[in-house]
Design a protein around this ligand. Structure first.
Ligand SMILES: CC(C)(COP(=O)(O)OP(=O)(O)OC[C@H]1O[C@@H](n2cnc3c(N)ncnc32)[C@H](O)[C@@H]1OP(=O)(O)O)[C@@H](O)C(=O)NCCC(=O)NCCS
Length: 213
């Protein structure tokens, strides 16, 4: 296995500082606002339990193959992202999450740009890959702005989403029409695989005509 970069102390750029998880950041993330279904798998309220928080931090600090970052603005945790450095498909970005109270200010684009610039230097030549549920349109706008394109799509079983579907209201299910299906005896979600080649231009600024909150 080729050498993978150790954790940096911090990655800076675009008005953000990306830091590896620590106790203080985990405590901040435990207080983040939550979205609930169908984004419930991202919600971090479970980190309010000290034992769960301790175990999550221990996992986040495991030496390989993942790197887990929290994006901070003036010491305030405003987003998180993880990357699997050893996935055969590419540098695999996952857990891209900005809580509702920090949405709409380009945190997602800015933190991914900072992380990918670092990775392009540390692990040159590898492309970036991610999977995203087809209903996550806000995320898709950010990924496209950063140079990702859809490489393929598939139906996939996601245990968290499937569990949520059993409890979902008729309106919630209706909103996911075309994105979720019951097939093969289980709920499946439509997923896009998106890829970005290293060096692809990234458009990080606010969209023309977008209104700042
Ligand atoms: C998807 C998610 C990460 C997006 O976070 P975000 O920080 O709001 O996303 P962006 O960086 O794209 O910023 C959003 C908007 O701010 C605008 N913006 C405002 N100021 C900006 C600035 N200074 N720089 C860049 N963009 C700016 C962007 O143009 C963008 O506008 P648009 O959504 O109308 O295209 C967040 O909604 C989330 O966590 N959702 C739930 C979990 C999820 O879906 N994760 C992805 C799974 S694959």
């Amino acid at each position: 296995m080729s050498a993978i970069p150790p954790y940096p102390i911090a990655l800076e750029g675009e008005g953000l500082v990306l830091r590896p998880w620590d106790e203080e950041l985990v405590a901040q993330m435990a207080g983040w606002g939550e979205r609930g279904f169908p984004y419930h798998a991202f919600d971090l309220g479970h980190l309010r339990d000290p034992e769960v928080a301790r175990a999550a931090l221990e996992r986040a600090r495991a030496p390989r193959p993942h790197r887990h970052f929290v994006a901070c603005e003036n010491g305030i945790a405003v987003g998180r992202v993880s990357v699997n450095l050893e996935d055969p498909a590419g540098l695999y970005l996952w857990s891209v999450h900005v809580p509702p109270e920090h949405e709409g200010r380009g945190v997602c684009r800015r933190m991914l740009a900072v992380l990918m610039r670092w990775l392009e230097t540390e692990v040159p030549g590898r492309s970036f890959v991610l999977t995203t549920n087809s209903f996550a349109e806000r995320a898709h706008r950010a990924y496209r702005a950063l140079g990702f394109t859809v490489e393929s799509e598939r139906w996939q079983f996601d245990p968290d989403l499937a569990a949520g579907m059993w409890r979902a209201s008729a309106e919630q299910r209706e909103a996911l029409t075309g994105h979720v299906r019951f097939a093969n005896g289980r709920w499946e979600v439509r997923v896009f695989v998106m890829r970005r080649l290293p060096g692809t231009p990234m458009h990080i600024g606010p969209r023309i005509g977008a209104t700042a909150p």
